[in-house]
Design a binder for this molecule. Structure first.
Ligand code: MP5
Length: 201
């Protein structure tokens, strides 16, 4: 299986995402407010870039099955963006701040991956969503009931989101693994780690 090969080859980097202090401190409830607020503003910019990337990827999807999965992903972004906007209003976060260069680079890379064609583009989508599923499922499993992050935890660790990530894995698994897909997967992991480092550092 293509996804199994990708995950196995990158097992150490994957574990670094799950062990990242941003993740463990979100679970423990010990994250400084300013750190989570910074993540909200950065991630809001990322998700809006991601929305346009998903539209671009849809345009190169090979068939209706793939287009349907991506349409579901796009639909989920409507309540997700509303969640960010509500949290920002409640916490006093300015969502219009200039994003970091890591974020600009990650956002731009999403579009670059579409230019490389469907197999690379869908590999990137799978990696981006799987990284967030695993990170937020880890928070879900290790946090207390009094968490202030319930909305975000539910957004990326619900059974529905897990099913969506499984569908993305199925789409990747239809493709034979190429060096370009391996490189794309590795790049997403490096961007994910840099993103956590940037908001937590
Ligand atoms: C996701 C995200 C998940 N929101 N932010 C980063 C840095 N990586 C992955 O994507 P989505 O569109 O929120 O499900």
């Amino acid at each position: 299986e293509t996804t199994r090969a990708l995950l196995t080859a990158q097992a150490a980097a994957w574990q670094r995402i799950l062990d990242h202090p941003f993740v463990s401190r979100t679970s423990a409830g010990s994250l400084p407010k300013a750190t989570f607020d910074r993540w909200i503003a950065e991630d809001y910019f990322f998700v809006r870039s991601f929305q346009r990337y998903l539209e671009a990827l849809s345009a190169v999807a090979p068939d209706d099955e793939a287009r349907k999965v991506l349409a579901d992903g796009l639909a989920a972004l409507v309540p997700e963006l509303a969640l960010f906007e509500a949290a920002a209003a409640e916490r006093g976060v300015d969502l219009s701040v200039e994003p970091s260069l890591v974020n600009l680079g990650y956002s731009a890379y999403l579009f670059t991956s579409v230019d490389e064609g469907w197999p690379v583009g869908i590999t990137v989508l799978y990696a981006v969503e799987k990284a967030y599923y695993d990170a937020w499922a880890s928070v879900r499993d290790t946090t207390g009931p009094d968490t202030q992050y319930a909305g975000f935890i539910a957004n990326w660790s619900s059974p529905e989101f897990a099913a969506y990530v499984d569908q993305l894995a199925d789409l990747v698994d239809r493709e034979p693994l190429t060096p370009a897909m391996t490189l794309a997967f590795d790049r997403v992991l490096r961007f994910e780690l840099a993103f956590w480092d940037l908001v937590h550092g």
